[in-house]
Design a protein around this ligand. Structure first.
Ligand SMILES: Nc1nc(=O)c2c([nH]1)NC[C@@H]1CN(c3ccc(C(=O)N[C@@H](CCC(=O)O)C(=O)O)cc3)C=[N+]21
Length: 287
């Protein structure tokens, strides 16, 4: 038996098609959503992600505003670029591509962003609202994970989910989404300091690995039939993406989200969704 593939590429294509309709409706009312990206430096991975985001925008009718700064840009130059995106009326939502170069105070940069334009859901205000159960743009990768599970009918309610990793984009935020009443999962968060990771993994109905450790998750540690989502991004010597999940897992798992082709495209679709939602809300302020 081989796992059913949680196909993020196909699922994101369907979502993008829905978004195209919503963008067209906004445009008919004279509103054009615009996604800004601020990219600092020339990391090849980041360049690729940002290029992908702008391609997605073009495909659904969102205009894009691209700001690129050199790797040696100063804190001040980066902050100026953030202020300009805050002010730019064509930019209705934007992201600061992470990580920023060493020596830059990332949190200070994020705090300067207008929270009303937070397309990533990673502004401190949005994260605080998430903790407080208030409406806010959701972090794209965790949101993409939940939408992907739902589209394939993987039961989240009551499931035991093991999340591996403690980064902001997945490890720290995914448990917040999964433990909302609407998802109702039980979460164990693991990381590099976790003793006996295999024992934790064996109890999981759903495993989400975002550790960035190639082939950390082995078939012998997976409960037969469990859903396994590979979110780890490492690169091998040829620059190819290598995930956290050992290929042998496909023989044991019930569902498998591959990497690439799984959560990455979903992340991009959720980013577009945030941009469209922000523009819709601006068009029709809650009374
Ligand atoms: N402020 C900020 N927001 C982010 O959302 C953000 C970020 N910084 N920094 C880096 C990570 C990484 N990330 C990915 C998005 C899409 C794919 C993606 O679509 N990948 C394709 C393949 C790409 C390839 O092969 O290189 C796939 O999985 O099929 C991957 C990774 C967003 N990130």
């Amino acid at each position: 038996m081989s796992a059913q593939i949680l196909d993020g590429k196909a699922t994101s294509a369907a979502i993008k098609s829905d978004l195209t309709t919503r963008v067209a409706a906004l445009r008919e009312r004279g509103i054009t959503p615009g996604l800004g990206t601020l990219l600092v430096g020339d990391d090849i991975g980041s360049q690729k992600y940002v290029a992908g985001k702008h391609r997605d925008c073009a495909a659904v009718g969102i205009s894009s505003i691209r700001r690129d700064l050199p790797a040696d840009a100063s804190q001040k130059e980066i902050e100026t670029a953030v202020r300009e995106l805050n002010e730019d009326p064509e930019c209705t939502g934007y992201i600061v591509q992470l990580p920023l170069p060493g020596g830059i105070d990332t949190n200070r940069v994020l705090e300067l962003m207008d929270p009303a334009k937070d397309a990533d859901g990673l502004h401190p205000m949005s994260l605080g609202r998430l903790v407080l159960n208030e409406p806010a743009p959701l972090p794209c990768t965790p949101h993409g994970i939940i939408v992907l599970l739902r589209r394939y009918g993987v039961e989240i309610n009551g499931a035991h989910v093991v999340v591996v990793g403690r980064g902001t984009t997945v490890g720290r935020t995914l448990p917040l989404l999964l433990t909302r009443r609407s998802e109702n999962a039980t979460v164990t968060q693991c990381h590099t300091g976790t003793r006996e990771l295999p024992e934790q993994l064996r109890r999981a109905d759903i495993v989400v690995s975002a550790a960035g450790v190639p082939h950390l998750i082995k078939a012998e540690d997976i409960k037969p039939g469990a859903a396994v989502l590979d979110v780890g991004v490492s690169r091998n010597s040829e620059g190819k993406v290598v995930g956290d999940v050992d290929p042998g897992v496909a023989e044991v798992a019930g569902w498998l989200s591959p990497n690439p082709g799984g959560v990455g495209p979903m992340t991009r679709a959720m980013l577009l969704e945030n941009v469209v939602r922000i523009a819709e809300q601006a068009a029709e302020p809650a009374s």
